[in-house]
Design a protein. Sequence first.
Length: 178
Amino acid sequence: MSRVRLTSIALGLACAMPAAAVASTTALAGSWRSAPEEITLSTEFDESVWGKNAKSVRTVEMSVRPNGEATLTVTRKVVDARGRTVKGSTSIEEALLVLGSARPGTAERAELEVSVKTAARHYPDDPDSRWPLDGVRVGVATFTDDPGTLEIRFDTPEGRGSFWETVRRGTRKPSSTP
């Protein structure tokens, strides 16, 4: 084989393999949070239940320990026109994960191996409510060109409530006190 061809093959392989060091669980340790996703609830039915100008709000948080264990928390709630949480509307889905090594992807993106140990939904207004979420799948991707960002995919077996979300490192919710 010619040098040009060997160089071309080597460059092609280098571009096809993500940088595994960026995706190590030690490098991912810490807290990650999404911006709130707000959807206006504007149907006649929504307005009859939640009131005019109510919004559905979802936030995603993930806490990663250096050993690869992680807790993913998805909080969903409805806020009224004044931004107050509507009583009884908050649900929390929590999944305990184990993050593994990166799988080959594109040059900038690495898909991590993820296993879901347990997943459940509960409602804070009813402390005794807790339902297992069997069959939940979670995907996590890192980006070599933006190490402060992760992409999380949350898939339920029936598809309802599935989503993908971008989370950023160390983003905290604003303080509620002035």
